[in-house]
Ligand binder design. Structure first.
Ligand code: F6R
Length: 261
């Protein structure tokens, strides 16, 4: 695991955007795994800026999102399809056929999950997967105790996650309890992962993910077994790590050819 500590969330997102842009420049037909939530919002706006100002071409890229609420239409403002459209896709030249998001309205959830897995395989697998981190250690919506080799499927959210998501819904709405999420096994097959986490509220779980034991109770800890993960965090989220000095030393001495900035 490579742990990169930046000053704040904005710098974290800017580095993640540079990394994604680098992948797309090197492989114009790259397959991107994408996340939603508050964390990557600035990464998407930075990628849109790079698209506009540096003419980064997304027209051959394929995307797969991590998750979607069961029962929400893509037109619902709290759906992840809506989020992606608003924050990213509508600003780019990218055809809807290249965009994949789990179908929250599917009449046959298990079959649509199998189809999602098949589509990822048919596109040659994910080149780079962007991840956010739940304060309970979830990645995608693989909540604590998820099978570490799970595939795309329906999951029940924890009450904590339901509460964290409540702000996206109006007060009279019920926050969905179920989501379709890529599995941990699916995420682990991505050739590269970029984990973004910032702010004090993530400090404890970041330490567990990076320096704690690998356990299904902290699903993100499985990333310790992934061959290529960049964990981009800010100073506030790094506070509970034991090896901060080493991570900073490594980044400072990183060979030029391995750098994105
Ligand atoms: C979203 C997702 C989730 C979020 C996580 C953190 O697609 O898969 O795992 O990344 O819940 O959410 P924020 O960024 O809102 O703190």
């Amino acid at each position: 695991m490579e742990v990169v500590i930046k000053k704040n969330g904005e710098e974290c997102c800017s580095l993640a955007a540079k990394l994604i842009a680098g992948v797309v420049r090197q492989k114009p037909g790259a397959v991107l795994g994408l996340a939603t939530g508050r964390t990557p919002e600035l990464m998407y706006s930075e990628l849109v800026r790079i698209y506009r100002e540096e003419k980064l071409d997304f027209s051959k890229v394929t995307t797969f999102n991590l998750d979607e609420y069961v029962g929400l239409s893509p037109k619902h403002p709290a759906s992840y399809a809506y989020y992606m459209q608003e924050k990213f896709f509508r600003h780019l030249h990218i055809s809807p056929a290249q965009i994949h998001i789990p179908d929250g309205l599917s009449k046959n959830v298990p079959a649509s999950c199998d189809d999602y897995e098949e589509a990822i395989r048919k596109h040659g697998g994910i080149d780079v997967q962007v991840l956010g981190l739940g304060t309970d250690g979830h990645i995608g919506f693989n909540e604590p105790s998820s099978s570490l080799s799970s595939r795309t499927r329906i999951k029940t959210l924890t009450q904590k996650t339901v509460e964290a998501n409540r702000s996206q819904f109006s007060p009279e709405e019920t926050v969905p309890r179920h989501v379709i999420t890529m599995g941990i096994g699916t995420i682990m097959e991505a050739r590269q992962c970029v984990m973004l986490a910032y702010g004090e509220s993530k400090a404890e779980v970041v330490a567990k993910m990076v320096e704690g034991p690998i356990t299904a109770v902290i699903p993100a800890s499985i990333l310790q077994l992934h061959p290529k993960v960049m964990v981009i965090i800010d100073e506030a989220a790094s506070r509970k790590l034991r090896l901060i000095d080493y991570y900073q030393f490594v980044y400072k001495n990183k060979p030029e050819w391995q750098r994105y900035e």
